[in-house]
Write a protein that binds this ligand. Structure first.
Ligand code: 3UK
Length: 539
């Protein structure tokens, strides 16, 4: 082997995932325009993000959870012991896929880094998944190993998974016991920067789940692009938030970003708005990551808690309606940092630093990324015209063995499935998911714009707007509304809300139908389930 080959050769002995990367001509174009994004050919992201902190910050808290606090030194030890267990007890070889199942806990993070450090491929799963969904992932990624929180072992045991040979649990003493016998030092697998380290399954609503492949260098790229350039955390920061670690929004916001500067991540078992508010106060958290609806709910109760430690709040997962931005500013004095990310892109690629924020817009391309709005033929549209969002940068979409790759990547650009408008100053304004645009009596109407108008009415707590079939107009705009406590959803309120919307935005967009419901259907990642609204399947 010549030197060049040695440098770039994969460390994977098990080539399953690499062999199922999409064909090269269907890859997005990867761009490394910032100097920091030019990574060496060999790197292990667990060493860079975790072990790099040991020299100077070994005694600084890396993770704080209700059960324990781990310094960087203690976390690194636990990671190393688990890595030894994986290799010595379960025969893990580089390239094997390891399913992780647990709530946001320190053991979950330690298991995650152990797999990365040993050269394995992480497949993290959301706690709410059931045997059927776990089985789909286990078979699709041909997973041989699993590390699982004992409290969540049931669904995994029931999953149909012919290749799953090694399952170890933590929380019941099993993994803990095995760790005691292992040494606290582990030399990281000498992975290539382009070795796959993560398969992130998308929270898609229809069809088989899609597995997105990410390289070791991608995990660093989101820290060096979004975190370093837009979020700009400091070593003294304390991160907190609600997204599960299996959702890459949570992985970045609660683990990778804090670790990239030697800061602290607070992990909560349960992180509803009512859990998050007191936790922010108790831990003196400085940076919060959660979904728009959680900020809405927290804004209403912010006065009952000491949130004075907060300095930055990130909102992602779905569009941030302007009324929520305003409510949060009123409640805390902070400007919410909206950002659009995607599992395919690993993390956020359009956002804005606080001083650049335009309320209502998602923002500007994150340094290192480019974005444009294109028409059906892929040609860039003039500013102000709605069209399909296309992005490229240091991260991008590679589905595991999936023909749907061709739908996400066009001419080297990632097509996220979102309709956007870019304004004259370059800012990107979210309209809707492209397949959620409502066509009513010949007009194109974006549900999220109507939702924002509804939310600015004081009696509306939550709102979801979809098109429902109508004989005369093709579709009619239908709003499902959760009212503030005490409000009465009668005909007079329907009329008042319709008048309110007509006064806020173009009158033809007003919801002809309004239904009052107790709650809106949402995914575990905080997204409104529009298909459920369209089907009228409201609980
Ligand atoms: C939508 C947004 C408007 C958009 C994610 C931050 O949400 C994440 O990943 P998913 O794969 O979904 C991607 C889709 O969600 N979306 C996300 N953020 C916004 N729409 N404004 C936003 N700010 O349709 C996108 O295509 O679940 C978010 C970081 C990592 C992530 N994986």
């Amino acid at each position: 082997m010549d030197g060049m080959m040695m440098e770039t050769a994969s460390a994977h002995i098990d080539g399953f995932a690499r062999e199922r990367l999409p064909p090269r001509d269907q890859w997005p174009e990867f761009r490394f325009t910032l100097p920091r994004l030019r990574y060496p050919a060999r790197l292990n992201c667990a060493s860079v993000l975790l072990d790099a902190n040991l020299a100077t910050r070994a005694d600084h808290p890396a993770l704080v959870t209700p059960a324990e606090t781990l310094t960087y030194g203690q976390l690194a030890e636990r990671v190393n012991r688990i890595a030894h267990v994986l290799v010595n007890r379960t025969g893990l070889v580089p390239g094997n896929r390891v399913l992780l199942r647990g709530a946001n806990t320190a053991w979950m993070v330690a298991a995650y880094f152990a797999v990365l450090k040993a050269g394995g491929i992480v497949v993290a799963t959301m706690p709410l998944l059931r045997a059927k969904e776990l089985g789909q992932m286990l078979r699709k990624a041909r997973i041989s190993h699993a590390l699982c929180d004992a409290r969540l072992s049931g669904a995994l045991a029931e999953a149909e998974a012919p290749d799953l040979r090694h399952v170890l649990h933590w929380g019941d003493g099993e993994l803990e016991g095995l760790c005691v016998a292992e040494s606290a030092g582990f030399t990281a697998c000498d992975t290539a920067a382009e070795d796959i380290c993560l398969i992130g399954f998308t929270s898609g609503t229809t069809g088989e789940p899609k597995g997105t492949l990410h390289f070791h260098r991608d995990m660093l790229a989101i820290c060096d692009a979004y975190a370093r350039e837009v979020l700009r955390p400091e070593p003294a920061d304390v991160f907190i938030g609600s997204p599960p670690l299996a959702f890459t929004f949570g992985l970045g916001g609660l683990v990778l970003f804090p670790f990239s500067v030697g800061a602290t991540g607070v992990l909560l078992d349960r992180a509803s708005p009512d859990d998050l508010l007191p936790a922010i106060a108790r831990h003196r958290a400085t940076i919060c990551f959660t979904a728009p609806t959680a900020y809405r709910a927290m804004a209403a109760k912010a006065g009952e808690h000491d949130l004075s430690s907060l300095r930055k709040c990130v909102s992602a997962g779905e569009a941030l309606p302007r009324p929520i931005f305003e409510a949060w500013r009123e409640a805390t004095g902070l400007r919410l940092m909206d950002g659009i990310g995607a599992t395919e892109m690993l993390h956020i690629f359009i956002a804005a630093r606080e001083e650049q924020i335009r309320p209502g817009a998602t923002g500007l391309p994150v340094p290192g990324y480019e974005a444009k709005v294109v028409g059906p033929d892929g040609a860039e549209l003039p500013r102000g015209a709605p069209g399909r969002l296309a992005v490229r940068g240091p991260t991008g979409c590679r589905y595991l063995d999936d023909p749907r790759q061709a739908n996400y990547v066009e001419n080297g650009w990632n097509i996220t499935g979102d309709t956007y408008i870019q304004d004259e100053d370059g800012y990107f304004w979210y309209q809707a998911r492209s397949d959620d645009m409502i066509v009513s009596a010949g007009y194109n109407i974006a549900g999220p714009e109507v939702e924002a108008a509804m939310l600015s009415h004081p009696l509306v707590r939550e709102c979801g707007v979809v098109g429902t079939p109508d004989a005369e107009r093709g579709m009619v705009v239908t709003a499902y509304v959760v009212l503030e406590p005490g409000a009465i959803g009668d005909a007079a309120l329907v009329k008042a809300l319709q008048e309110h919307v007509k006064a806020e935005i173009a009158p033809y967009k007003y919801p002809r139908r309004i239904e009052f419901v107790a709650r809106l259907p949402r995914t575990e990642t905080g997204k409104l389930q529009r298909f459920a609204l369209r089907q009228g399947a409201i609980t």
